[in-house]
Design a protein around this ligand. Structure first.
Ligand SMILES: [Zn+2]
Length: 118
């Protein structure tokens, strides 16, 4: 791997890390603050009220799973950065096989080879 490729990769990963930290911040704040019951305007349309309730529950569920996804993604990105530093980037964390370059192109933080990701 050339130095040029390396620095491009590091940039890409660092940008993603930054994005993830930002997004995680937003998700966490949302979760910590909890979901205050929205001031409900009952009106006469009960159907739309039910819809709101469902949306809210869904929103809470989404933000929790989004957080989990973001956190694991961030772990992968950071571990990829560490691996670049220690010159072990591009090999599967599980079996040590080199990960195909085109897979790394798609996902630079990919921790495992195709076989181990299955
Ligand atoms: Zn593997």
């Amino acid at each position: 791997m050339t130095n040029e490729m390396n620095s491009e990769l590091i940039n890409r990963l660092k940008n993603e890390e930054e994005e993830l930290v930002k997004e995680l911040g937003e998700v966490s704040v949302k979760t910590e603050a909890g979901f205050e019951p929205k001031p409900t305007d009952f009106g006469s349309d009960t159907e739309s009220y039910d819809g709101e309730e469902a949306d809210e529950a869904e929103e809470l569920g989404n933000s929790l799973s989004v957080k989990t996804v973001l956190e694991s993604r961030l772990r992968h990105v950071r571990s990829a950065l560490r691996k670049i530093e220690s010159n072990t980037y591009g090999t599967c964390e599980h079996c040590g096989t080199p990960i195909e370059e085109r897979d790394l192109e798609i996902d630079p933080a990919r921790p495992h080879c195709k076989k181990c990701s299955e």
